[in-house]
Design a binder for this molecule. Structure first.
Ligand code: AMP
Ligand code: MG
Length: 401
């Protein structure tokens, strides 16, 4: 059995950024990954401008009690004239600073009468000026290759006037569920059957990671059906996720099917609970991850082990999101032989400490625990964990994104 961290790192190492890149328009760039580092085409702001509504002066012209005649009124979008010595310019937030002016006095500290400006409080030289290039400087890198573009990056690109964005191709994910007991939501449920919840769950998880789920296939528990599905998916997708049939039961045929198709198996069992049986393989150069069938195990393994590989394949620069520490908020001492990932709710107390409250039912079939939990607490193996022990916390908000 492999240790969790080693297995996780192997998954990170199993992939590399997609070779496919494309150009997308600005409105379609959110959720895509930059394929090139972008430099600023422009200074932002392009010219010195006012941060406030007020008056521009030459600082050297200020004398307490001395009024300055107003030379011009400059609205946002106007092109001002150079400021003459001894004059002031009325301006507004975003108005260009006239040449020769160096200081803005906010209107609350001024009074204006008969086109004469009185300044009621001594200004500070340079105050309330937004300088050209102070936000983004022309030709300097502004966004690094591997950035997952969100609204904040979109704002930068738009401010630069960039409309065609070089991004990696969208990761095509194929999902294969297995099991004779499964039927699809919408169908009548016969005795002995359960609904296939993993297919929809994994599709949603993969889509939340900005991938394109191109295939969702269900195969009965036969070698031929699983092998045929794997061959199709490995040709048509960038990443294949199988779920179920990956343990040691008679009907656990995913591993034999990968081998029968000529795939190369890279790992098999990980010292983690939930989720012990996890397979990584390559078939037709496409990574295949075999997830355990229990929905909670599949979810946990997706969050902890699949998402790092997804990020690598997407070209993203950080495969492993940050973790934090919190105090385990349980009543009994825990002792596990495998590392255990408990579904917990993280609650910040008034003193600022993070408490991790485990869901009462930690069985790997308890689907409802996933909606309740905010993340996973990692309880080390072969140690007694007493209530209040600091343990590592994996927040779904960071890991499943
Ligand atoms: P397996 O690994 O195939 O033995 O499955 C382990 C458990 O997970 C069994 O109780 C299965 O019925 C259940 N399971 C497997 N696949 C799914 C699925 N797609 N949706 C819901 N439950 C599943
Ligand atoms: Mg099964």
């Amino acid at each position: 059995m492999l240790d969790f961290d080693i297995a996780q790192q192997r998954l990170v190492d199993a992939g590399q950024a997609l070779e496919r890149t494309e150009s997308v328009s600005l409105p379609l760039a959110r959720g895509r990954v930059l394929a090139e580092t972008l430099n600023a085409a422009l200074n932002i702001p392009p010219a010195d401008n006012s941060a406030m509504d007020g008056y521009a002066i030459r600082f050297a012209d200020y004398q307490a009690g001395k009024a300055l005649p107003i030379q011009q009124r400059v609205y946002a979008g106007d092109v001002p004239e150079a400021l003459q010595a001894g004059y002031a310019a009325r301006l507004f937030t975003g108005s260009l600073i006239p040449a020769n002016a160096d200081t803005v006095v906010i209107q609350e500290l001024c009074s204006e009468e008969n086109n004469q400006l009185s300044i009621l409080e001594a200004p500070i030289k340079g105050q309330h000026v937004r300088y050209a290039g102070e936000d983004m400087a022309q030709q300097q890198p502004i966004l690094q290759r591997g950035t997952l573009l969100d609204s904040s990056h979109i704002a930068m690109l738009a401010a630069q006037g960039i409309t065609d964005i070089p991004v990696y191709g969208r990761l095509r994910v194929g999902i294969l569920t297995t099991g004779n007991e499964l039927t699809e939501p919408g169908q009548a449920l016969k005795t002995g059957q359960i609904y296939n919840s993993n297919a929809s769950m994994l599709r949603a998880l993969a889509e939340e990671m900005h991938t394109e789920v191109t295939h969702v296939i269900h195969a009965p528990d036969t070698l031929e059906a699983i092998q045929a599905a794997l061959e199709k998916l490995s040709h048509e997708c960038d990443l294949v996720l199988t779920v179920g049939g990956v343990s040691v039961g008679d009907k656990d045929l995913v591993k034999p099917a990968i081998e029968a198709a000529g795939g190369e198996l890279q790992l098999w069992k990980v010292r983690m609970k939930p989720g012990k049986p996890v397979a990584l393989a390559k078939l037709n150069n496409t990574p295949i991850i075999g997830l355990p069938g229990n929905p909670v195990s599949a979810y946990a393994v997706f969050a902890l082990m699949v998402t790092p590989l997804v990020r690598v394949l997407q070209g993203r620069s950080h495969a492993l999101p940050r973790t934090s520490y919190g105090k385990l908020d349980c009543e009994t001492t825990l002792h596990g032989t495998r590392e255990e990932f408990l579904r917990v709710q993280a609650i910040t107390q008034d003193d600022g400490s993070l408490h991790l409250l485990p869901y009462p039912q930690q069985g790997s079939g308890i689907i409802s625990s996933l909606a309740w939990a905010t993340g996973l607490a990692r309880v080390p193996a072969d140690t007694n964990v007493t209530p209040g022990t600091q343990v590592r916390y994996y927040d779904f908000a960071h890991w499943c994104a």
